[in-house]
Design a protein around this ligand. Structure first.
Ligand code: ATP
Length: 141
């Protein structure tokens, strides 16, 4: 069976870590970042990497983004960039769109755009660690 293909927009700490783990699990990962240095650092570690502005619709089309099973917007600090990239991924027909939010309002905006899953990394990790601390023998998931 063809492996699931993931496109990650933004290769900061969250995007890079997600991409590396997906590679480790045997999936194909395209990493997109507008910062050349960041892309250079990840170029050997992901299936494909591209220096591009993810708010450029033509670039996303030329990368065949609609053929990806899952697109992850891993931009946090720049809410405008996060929202514009998420809209484009949805409009261009990516199967499932996941986006990272840095605040409740940011998360609500992403949900309103139709993002399939909004992640709050710090909040979600806090919950996870709390469960691990109080649940005996809980396996890591
Ligand atoms: P992390 O906490 O995961 O390190 P962050 O929220 O601190 O991320 P951001 O500034 O949000 O970092 O950006 C994450 C990455 O997204 C950066 O490497 C940045 O270059 C990239 N990025 C930001 N905007 C765009 C864009 N329009 N197109 C492509 N990449 C972008």
């Amino acid at each position: 069976m063809k492996p699931k293909q993931f496109a990650i927009i933004g290769l900061g700490r969250f995007g890079a870590s997600l991409g590396l783990e997906l590679m480790e699990q045997g999936y194909e990962v395209l990493g997109i970042d507008r910062n050349e240095e960041v892309v250079e650092d990840m170029s050997e570690l992901l299936t494909h990497t591209v220096v591009a502005d993810a708010t450029d619709e033509e670039v996303l089309k030329s990368l065949g983004i609609r053929n990806f099973d899952c697109g992850i917007v891993a931009i946090g600090n720049d809410i405008q960039m996060s929202i514009l990239s998420a809209i484009l991924l949805k409009e261009l027909g990516v199967g499932m769109v996941v986006a990272k939010a840095i605040s409740v309002l940011h998360g609500r905006a992403l949900e309103r755009l139709g993002v399939d899953r909004v992640i709050f990394p710090e909040r979600d990790m806090g919950i996870r660690v709390a469960h691990q601390l109080v649940t005996p023998n809980l396996l890591d998931y």
